[in-house]
Design a protein around this ligand. Structure first.
Ligand code: TAP
Length: 476
């Protein structure tokens, strides 16, 4: 594997970035009341991309007030009218797909091939899908008169910035709610570009408000008394604090938190196909995926053959410039995330697991971590228990399906799992045994707006996506 840095000036030109951005409140961009701002960087080069307004409590207050003013009219529109706006937004996302993909890769560090072929098409698909529900709510199985909740306060992470926005905003608007959304501090740019799209779609002012800032902005939004619904995606630690803040208020809450998914390979699985699934499961988006297949459980009889094939495949992965369409693994999103990944990987070595990465040159600027494999991992090791949220795979073995289930379920999380086997009966049995919100069979990391997504246990509660996703935004 070689690091090849080929700056792609023509791609960058597709997504011009302004030197500064304001908050999007009541249909207008404005500076923060206190005049505060923060810098957003390219994680691949550490270059400052822009200065972005930092929303304080006064700004959050103004955004919630704008959303509240917009709510009666928006929720009172016939569903078919709201649908028109959502369809328009979906089409504009498609029209501006290249610009959005480049911007996402610049700000987040993910390979352009992923933002172009996965993130942005799924963003459009979510708006199309929920546009279709807006005029069919009485037929969605929530009774004849489901009502919008009011103002939704939404807080999202940095791993799929625009896609997480779509997961939150599309169902909220389709059901007649208005929104104040806070993107992650390290990835505010596509949410702000989305605000421009809302204006282009002539969405009434106040229906969508974007408040950029850090965790304190998120906390101010969650705690604001004018918010009726809190939707959060992020770490289990922050999610716990949010659940405490919301407890005893009238606010409804959904939480999408962390994961430690098992990707389980049986001895009858086609090896090459399983290897592709394992690579996709853990190296897609640098492993910054809540449902990443970060624990490989492989049946002992095929472990040697499978690991040899996996290492060969890992040696072909190209790490480098996120804007180069040949790149497989881009930059780690932030210095803080890189430090977390390093800390856990070092703990793996210290606890006695065997570490392997293909030879690769990493650049000195920017945030990079090589694709990494740990074998001889024990169930008690930190790398087998804690979410790494990076390109690090922990390998454990098993002999029987029962042992696979016991090991897969030996985690406080429960977001997703993968099974690789030719036997249909085994797939169905395992799907019933695994405590995971999503179980993929002979594939991994497949997302679809029609399919509900969410966790068990410490991975959170509530479902996003599909018909179930409507329920999170309705009084039924
Ligand atoms: P967090 O640190 O939890 O941040 C998530 C969001 O919450 C960010 O916008 C963050 O703002 C904000 N925030 C931080 N402290 C807050 C507080 N006290 N009150 C309200 N908001 C606050 O997580 P992260 O590091 O961005 O994301 C990684 C985690 O998200 C992983 O654990 C991953 O598994 C999980 N995740 C889960 C899912 C699903 S669907 N289950 C999807 C993606 C990610 P700042 O960025 O400004 O700090």
């Amino acid at each position: 594997m070689k690091f090849e840095y080929a700056p792609a000036p023509e791609s960058r030109a597709a997504a011009p970035v302004a030197s500064s951005y304001g908050l999007f409140i009541d249909g207008e961009f404005r500076p923060s009341a206190a005049g505060k701002a923060f810098k957003t960087l390219s994680p691949a080069t550490e270059e400052v991309l822009s200065e972005v307004a930092h929303a304080g409590a006064d700004d959050v207050d103004a955004a919630v007030a704008a959303a509240r003013r917009a709510f009666p009219r928006w929720s009172g529109l016939p569903g078919a009218e709201r649908a028109k706006y959502l369809f328009r937004i979906a089409r504009l996302v498609q029209e501006r797909a290249r610009e959005l993909a480049v911007l996402e890769s610049l700000d987040n560090g993910k390979p352009i091939r992923e933002s172009r072929d996965v993130d942005i098409p799924l963003v459009a698909a979510h708006f199309f899908y929920y546009a279709g529900w807006a005029d069919k709510l009485p037929h969605a199985g929530f009774g004849q008169n489901p009502r919008a909740l009011g103002v939704a306060g939404q807080v999202i992470p940095w791993n799929f910035p625009l896609l997480m926005l779509a997961w939150k905003i599309a169902p909220a608007l389709a059901t007649g709610n208005t929104v104040v959304l806070k993107p992650a501090e390290t990835t505010p740019l596509t949410a702000l570009r989305f605000a421009e799209i809302c204006r282009q779609a002539a969405l009434p002012p106040g229906v969508v408000n974007i408040v950029t800032g850090d965790g304190s902005t998120g906390a101010a939004l969650v705690e604001h008394p004018g918010v009726d619904k809190v939707a959060f995606t992020g770490s289990t630690a922050v999610g716990r604090g949010i659940a405490r803040a919301v407890a005893g208020t009238r606010k409804k809450l959904t939480l999408e938190l962390g994961g430690k998914a098992a990707n389980i390979v049986f001895d009858d699985a086609p090896v090459d196909q399983a290897v592709e699934g394992i690579v996709n499961g853990i190296f897609f988006n640098q492993g910054h995926v809540c449902c990443a297949g970060s624990r490989l459980l492989v049946q002992e009889s095929v472990a040697e053959e499978l690991l040899a094939a996996l290492k060969r495949r890992m040696a072909t992965l190209r790490i480098g410039d996120p804007l180069d369409k040949n790149t497989d693994i881009g930059a780690i999103n932030s210095a803080a995330q890189l430090a977390r990944i390093r800390d856990l990987a070092d703990a793996g070595t210290a606890e006695g697991a065997r570490r392997w990465s293909p030879p690769c040159d990493l650049p000195t600027e920017g945030y990079w971590f090589p694709p990494t494999l740990f074998t001889e991992v024990g169930q008690s090791h930190r790398i087998a228990r804690e979410e790494i949220f990076g390109p690090v795979l922990s390998v454990l073995t098993f002999r029987t399906p029962e042992e696979a289930v016991a090991k897969a379920n030996n985690t406080p999380y429960g977001l997703s799992a993968g099974i690789w086997t030719e036997k249909g009966s085994r797939m169905l049995w395992l799907a019933g045994q695994l405590r995971a919100g999503v179980v993929w069979s002979n594939t991994f990391n497949k997302f679809d707006p029609t399919s509900p997504f969410g966790g068990y246990q410490e991975s959170g509660y509530g479902r996003e996506g599909g018909r179930h996703g409507l329920g999170a935004y309705l009084d039924v």
